[in-house]
Design a binder for this molecule. Sequence first.
Ligand SMILES: Nc1nc2c(c(=O)[nH]1)N[C@H]1C(S)=C(S)[C@@H](COP(=O)(O)O)O[C@H]1N2
Ligand SMILES: [Mo]
Length: 388
Amino acid sequence: MTDSPISRRTLVKKGGAVAAGLSVLRVAGPTAAFQTPTAGEVIPWLDQPEPNPVPDVIVRQLTWEELDSWLTPPDQFFVIKHFDEPELNEADWQLEIGGLVNQPMTLTLADLKARPRQEVAFTIECSGNSAFPFNKGLVGNAIWGGTPLAPLLEEAGVLDDGIEVVFWGADSGEMTWRDEITITEQFARSMSLTDALSPDNLLAYEMDGADLPNLHGYPVRLIAPGWYGIANVKWLTRIEVLDRRYQGHFMARDYVTIREEERDGQTLWTFTSVGRARLKSAPAKVTRQGDSYSIMGAAWGAPISGVEVQIDDGAWQPATLTEGDGSGYTWVFWTLDWDAPTAGEHTITSRAIDMDGNVQPAADDPLLTGKSTYWESNGQITRHVRID
Ligand SMILES: Nc1nc2c(c(=O)[nH]1)N[C@H]1C(S)=C(S)[C@@H](COP(=O)(O)O)O[C@H]1N2
Ligand SMILES: [Mo]
């Protein structure tokens, strides 16, 4: 390290970037009644998640009542795995970049770590979250560290015909198509070349500063901020550029949203692959301190400008945003004081509003009721609580 003004400036700049990434900034005034949004005794929801019928797929979920840090502790971070859990090791692992590129590449973990390191705080949500009574907690927030994808694709030199980038994981499972063809398909998801070249996409090898835990994709996963969980391919082994759309199981068969829409009085069914995150919020918990009650929750899926809360059939009340980083990639925490609730059962519903003024849809919005698949269920969530 030298004392030259340039390196000092760089240091300050780096320090600032790290601080911005690691610390959470207040995006609104201080909360009125409590020092932290989580102080006090938690009153558990009456509508607890039902038993998980697919423990091999939904390995872990967030318990909303336990939410008290903006970064989700790894042991509370939800896990989804559709196939087996690969056990990759650094010595054998390598990443291939191929297909329609000038210069195919083979990279080791050391090669990736030798490249520029970048961090992004990103709240991942599974697009199936809150679609069923057993999956209320498929969302979590972490700081992901790795190397940006775009410069690697540029170095490999995508050929003119290349329009699509496929990301393959090491996990695979048996798939039968049209009752006739049974194959072992590797987990894969794709993106358009334009989307893949987003400067925020990372080949991530760290979660909150430590190696990726195995269940989160060790040694390397794609982190595509702003996309639903499914795009963030874990246990990544191969990236390939194609001259056509990729139609693997998780692009074209599963994680497809089917909607019934009206066009000029006619019914039209649309089929779209699950893509970018959607505006959403959830009440996390009700807490009590003496006679004072407070509701706290989270909002994510877009840059959040506000959250409103409805208690029973009352008016929508603006909540106070307490923590967030303003990036639009992470969740924002909110609180609302609940003055003198009456004894008995109550419902609590939240709705997020984004910077463009869009409001999270009600559960009975035609956009959601016209949907026959459960993916992308970003409707308002109502929780039930009893005050004694
Ligand atoms: N290789 C691979 N990547 C995957 C999956 C998977 O089953 N295999 N599941 C996807 C889904 S559906 C989600 S919601 C996220 C979940 O990420 P997490 O388990 O790290 O929370 O990973 C995605 N990436
Ligand atoms: Mo998912």
